[in-house]
Design a protein around this ligand. Sequence first.
Ligand code: NAD
Length: 289
Amino acid sequence: MGRFTTVGVVGAGVMGTGVAQAVAQAGMDVVLVDTGDDILDRARRAIDEGLRMRRLLARDAVPGGDRAEIQKRIDYRTDLAALARADFVVENITEDMALKQGVYERLDEVCPPDTVFAANTSVISITAIGAMTGRPHAVLGMHFMNPVPMRPMVEVIRGHHTSDATVERGKALLDALDKEAVVVADSPGFVTNRVLMLTVNEAAFLVQERVAEAAEIDRLFRGCFGHRMGPLETADLIGLDTILASIEGLHTAFADSKYRPCPLLRRMVAAGLHGRKSGRGFYVYDHAK
Ligand code: NAD
């Protein structure tokens, strides 16, 4: 359909499943790659659940077909070589520079030279990711928001070498997903996470110092500022491991002590309290995802 036939999605965690669902329900074919069949089985169930929720929330008929038709467009694979036919790849693997490097080197080998790579990262430099490939002009950042199918906007990041044509292709994909793009320059954390991660980290300090409980902090942000979610609910949704990796990334990148990670956040991550996806973070959830 349209200008994209097959979109590769690497990483089938919280973000990758959301991106795969959004692309498939927009009518395009998806190759979704992760490291193991168990992870892909979980991703298939998460996408089924996402599609069920979408059906329940929609007042009118939803485009893209029924659940089975949309699932049929997603090819679940464990080998990056399956992306040889992708004309656009969205990478959503763990926020870890070394892991990302391995994936980009392999993508560069298996994908055609004009395939665009979009990095969905929280704070890693898009310029640095571009440098892991032989095609830095064809690499951009696409910072999707969680849950991907429901969020109308994406922060698009132009790396040092990203070409205008690549930015246009990124915008065209987002247009096909019915999402608006705001393009910003490359800087650690971009715009959204540079502000959000500081807010979450500071909120964690407030809990640690017993100034207020998590629920009171979130209530204040909802009631006083009209935010739909407070910072700690947002942190649980994002994943506290991803939050910690992001604040650590900002701390390293700027060498500024204002980004020092809150010790409580570190302890929670070490204890396996990763937020919604693990069933427990600042809040307790009924079912772990
Ligand atoms: P996650 O932990 O839920 O999923 C990461 C997935 O990557 C896992 O399934 C893991 O098995 C897979 N993976 C690791 N190495 C791989 C490899 N070599 N090949 C294929 N798959 C591999 O993490 P997430 O929350 O989905 O985050 C993914 C990326 O998106 C991170 O860079 C994160 O910073 C960014 N991000 C996250 C959010 C959020 O709200 N969670 C929002 C925007 C961006």
